[in-house]
Ligand binder design. Structure first.
Ligand code: AMP
Length: 288
C-alpha cells in the first residue's frame, strides 16, 4: 500500500477529493472523521494539512501528496519530485507594500526592511537573491494587517484576485511564485519496481482527468456532402468519427473531441456547414 497525503481542509481539499473520485479512486472511510481511507486497491489516503504535505512526502511518511506549489517551494526539500501540475488552486505569492510607499519594485526595498510573511523561507531567499538583507516577521495568517500595525513595512503573501490587498491599502510590487496544486512524490520511495508501477498508474489516472477538463465531446448531424469541410472544422484526436443516421441518407453524425475553449467557434463553423442537432458534453477521463 502506498500512501497519498491529501489536504484535509482548506482551499485545495475539495478539488483534490473530486479529482481522485473522477480518476476512479474514491476514498473509502472506515468511520466518520477518519483521517485515513482506502483509495482503490493500491493506495491509502491520509488527510493532513496542506502545509505539512511537502514534509511528509520528503520524509517518506507518504509516497505521494497533493499540495500547492507555493508550499512545495517553501519547504524546498530535495526529496520531493513534481509529478503533475493539477491546474486548480491558482494563486500567486507576491510582495506588497503600503499604498503610500514610493517602492515600485522589490529590488527597491531598502536593506533591513521588516517583511511579514507565513513564507519565511521563500521571502528570505527572494531578497537574498536580490542582495537585500531583510528582517522576517513570521506570521501564520492575515499578513495584510502587519504594515498597519507597524510590525512590518512589507508583506509576502498569497493572492488570487488581489482585492484583499487593495481593501487593506496595500499595493503589489512583484511576484515570487505562480502557484497551482501539484501531485508530488518522494524520489527514493518511488525507485523500486512495484512502487514505480503504482506511480505510473496514479499519474496516468490523474492526468486523464486533468486532460479531459480541457476538452469537450461534440456531436452533430451534418450533410454527407459537406464531410470534407467538416473534417477541417473537427480535427478530433485522429479525425472525427462518422456514423450513419438511420433513415436519413443525406445526413451523417460526426463526433469529435474538441478543445473546450474552441467549442463556441466550432459550433459556429459547423452551423455554417448546415449542421443540426449539435450536442456538447463533458468528458470524465481522456487517455489518448
Ligand atoms: P489552506 O491554508 O489549507 O486553505 O491552503 C492554502 C493553499 O491553498 C495555499 O498554500 C495555496 O497553495 C492554495 N491557494 C489557492 N488559492 C489561494 C488563495 N487565493 N489564497 C491562499 N491560498 C490559496
Amino acid at each position: 500500500m502506498l500512501r497519498i497525503a491529501i489536504p484535509n481542509k482548506g482551499r485545495l481539499s475539495e478539488s483534490a477529493l473530486e479529482l481522485f473520485e473522477l480518476a476512479g479512486l474514491k476514498p473509502e472511510f472506515r468511520a466518520d472523521r477518519a483521517l485515513v481511507a482506502r483509495l482503490g486497491s493500491d493506495f491509502q489516503a491520509i488527510f493532513v494539512r496542506a502545509q505539512d504535505i511537502p514534509e511528509f512526502v520528503a520524509d517518506g511518511a507518504a509516497a505521494f501528496g497533493i499540495t500547492g506549489r507555493d508550499l512545495v517551494a517553501e519547504a524546498a526539500r530535495e526529496e520531493v519530485e513534481e509529478l503533475l501540475d493539477l491546474g486548480f488552486g491558482r494563486c500567486r505569492l507576491i510582495v506588497a507594500v503600503r499604498e503610500d510607499s514610493p517602492v515600485r519594485d522589490p529590488s527597491a526595498i531598502p536593506p533591513g526592511t521588516r517583511v511579514a510573511t507565513s513564507f519565511p523561507g521563500l521571502a528570505r531567499r527572494h531578497f537574498q537573491a536580490l542582495g537585500i538583507p531583510i528582517q522576517v516577521v513570521p506570521v501564520s495568517g492575515a499578513a495584510e494587517i502587519a504594515p498597519h500595525l507597524g510590525v512590518a513595512d512589507v508583506i509576502v503573501d498569497l493572492v488570487s484576485t488581489g482585492s484583499t490587498l487593495r481593501v487593506n491599502g496595500l499595493r503589489e510590487v512583484g511576484t515570487i511564485v505562480d502557484s497551482t496544486a501539484l501531485l508530488i512524490g518522494n524520489r527514493s520511495a518511488l525507485s523500486e519496481e512495484g512502487a514505480l508501477r503504482a506511480r505510473e498508474e496514479l499519474v496516468t489516472a490523474v492526468e486523464s482527468v486533468i486532460r479531459a477538463r480541457k476538452k469537450r465531446y461534440l456531436m452533430a448531424n451534418v450533410p454527407r456532402a459537406r464531410l470534407e469541410e467538416v473534417r477541417n472544422v473537427l480535427p478530433g484526436i485522429s479525425g472525427p468519427t462518422i456514423v450513419d443516421v438511420l433513415d436519413r441518407e443525406t445526413w451523417v453524425a460526426a463526433h469529435a473531441v474538441v478543445d473546450a475553449d474552441q467549442v463556441y467557434q466550432t459550433i459556429a463553423r459547423l452551423k455554417q456547414l448546415g449542421a443540426e442537432g449539435i450536442l456538447v458534453t463533458r468528458i470524465e477521463r481522456l487517455m489518448p
